[in-house]
Design a protein around this ligand. Structure first.
Ligand SMILES: Cc1cc2nc3c(=O)[nH]c(=O)nc-3n(C[C@H](O)[C@H](O)[C@H](O)COP(=O)(O)OP(=O)(O)OC[C@H]3O[C@@H](n4cnc5c(N)ncnc54)[C@H](O)[C@@H]3O)c2cc1C
Length: 430
């Protein structure tokens, strides 16, 4: 067990993309000035974005998309607790957790001087009636493998529907301006790169097996426009291409009401016939963060654009659990982790204020597999008030998607800034 050694304690809740990056950035900027602990209910990093490519290229994602956290954190003298966080007492600065390896464990309390929420969100499949019996998805290893097996052994050649349930965003980011005159808008879907990616890959999978193509696939969105955060120009290009290819597109579905054996019923009253239903649910905050003094109306953690809670400056948040992370993208969490490292560096006197106090300017960065060794690359900030909207498609983005995961694993998650810049340079061709 980690023991108190007299140094201030930085406690990080969650150890996936946001939590791991924060832990490493805090160590980088603080050196040995603080004790750092990560708590997660699992002891590996789950590389979520590459699960769909494994499913459609017929590999079990469990064999490829996990990175062991404990030795990687230990290299930077970061303690790891394999535990389930069950409560946070903001006034007392205490976190309650339960060791997670075996059932029946007792509760423990860990005190912090600074806490970073990096807990992601609950992907609320359990709120969709009929999902357990009739639904599929690709957001974790179990569901990815379940879909791969279904497609390979039971798919009867019927229609395929892919899309999102309605996202319920809280009020925690309202009024924040990342760009002069811009804002963090309200979104109706949490993360719509994945449905676009799965739609493209699914069509390639069908074509390769001579089972049809885009005409068998319908992509749907609760919003007026799918992936609206990618920028209107980018989405128009994608939709023009998708329509030419023969995909079906349903917008304004409002929400999923329920799944049945052969259809999806939507809140707008329409019913979409489908044998295979690949669903992305609502991203919902964990129950124990709802109602905390640092949470917004839904339970996302409120911060300013320096990722710090305005009322409790010892509280930070990063990644999908932060109210300002809209859409819910790992790439935005990555940008935020650097800001938190710099902020703590400033607090500990290791980083100049001028360098640290640079607010978040979110960018949508998404590489989506299209099957057949091709992928799309979206790099955009127009949704937040910026002026960039880039879409590229082809073999280079696919190469980058696969290499990014390899580079991430080889570098223990410390993807150097130049890694992303180099990827942008190659994909965007300038
Ligand atoms: C199919 C798919 C493809 C995607 N592709 C992209 C992409 O191309 N680009 C991109 O930028 N984003 C992509 N995303 C989004 C990306 O996966 C998320 O934004 C990212 O995982 C968020 O990171 P996070 O660390 O904030 O949260 P998570 O990855 O959800 O991690 C949260 C961590 O907290 C832990 N945790 C949760 N609750 C507790 C608890 N009570 N106690 C202890 N530990 C707990 C979890 O075990 C987990 O390790 C994709 C998402 C999906 C589903």
């Amino acid at each position: 067990m980690p023991h108190y050694d007299g140094r201030p304690h930085v406690l990080i809740l969650g150890g996936n993309f946001a939590g791991l990056a924060c832990a490493q950035k805090v160590r980088q900027y603080l050196g040995g000035k603080a004790r750092i602990t990560v708590i997660d209910r699992k002891s590996y990093l789950l590389f979520i974005p590459n699960i769909p490519a494994d499913v459609f290229e017929d590999r079990n994602p469990a064999l490829h998309q996990r990175m062991d956290l404990v030795p990687i954190l230990a290299k930077d003298d970061i303690d790891f607790i394999h535990g389930e966080v069950t409560a946070v007492d903001i006034a007392a600065r205490n976190v309650t957790f339960r060791p997670a390896e075996r059932g029946g464990a007792e509760d423990h309390v860990e005190h912090y001087d600074y806490v970073i929420f990096a807990l992601g969100a609950r992907l609320a499949y359990d709120r969709i009636e009929g999902f357990a019996e009739h639904g599929h998805t690709v957001s974790d290893l179990y569901h990815g493998e379940k879909l791969r097996r279904y497609l390979n052994t039971r798919y009867a050649g019927g229609p395929i529907a892919i899309g999102s349930a309605r996202f319920h965003q809280g009020d925690g980011a309202d009024g924040l301006e990342p760009y002069p005159g811009g804002s963090i808008p309200r979104a109706l879907a949490a993360c719509e790169g994945p449905p676009v990616e799965v739609m493209m890959s699914m069509a390639t999978w069908l074509k390769d097996r001579k089972l049809g193509g885009p005409e068998n696939v319908t992509v749907f969105t609760p919003a007026p426009m799918i992936a609206e955060d990618a920028g209107e120009d980018v989405v128009k290009q994608l939709l023009t291409l998708a329509t030419k290819m023969g995909f079906n597109y349903w917008n304004n579905t409002q929400d999923i009401t329920r799944l049945t054996a052969d259809a999806i019923e939507f809140a707008d009253g329409r019913t979409l016939p489908a044998e295979v239903k690949i669903i992305f649910p609502d991203w919902v905050p964990h129950d124990f963060v709802k109602g905390l003094p640092v949470s917004d109306s839904e339970g996302f953690i409120k911060t300013d654009l320096l990722m710090r809670n305005p009322d409790h400056p010892e509280v930070f948040a990063c990644g999908d659990c932060a109210a300002v992370t809209v859409p819910k993208l790992g790439a935005i969490g990555h940008q935020q982790s650097d800001i938190i490292g710099l902020q703590l560096g400033k607090i500990f006197g290791a980083v100049e204020a001028e360098k640290a106090d640079v607010p978040l300017k979110p960018e949508v960065l998404c590489i989506g597999d299209m099957g057949d060794g091709k992928a799309f690359w979206i790099h955009s900030n127009s949704w937040f008030g910026g002026d960039r909207q880039i879409l590229k498609m082809g073999r280079v983005p696919y190469f980058l998607k696969m290499r990014y995961r390899d580079m991430f694993f080889a570098a223990d998650g410390k993807v150097p800034a130049w890694g992303l810049d180099a990827a942008a340079l190659i994909a965007e061709g300038h």
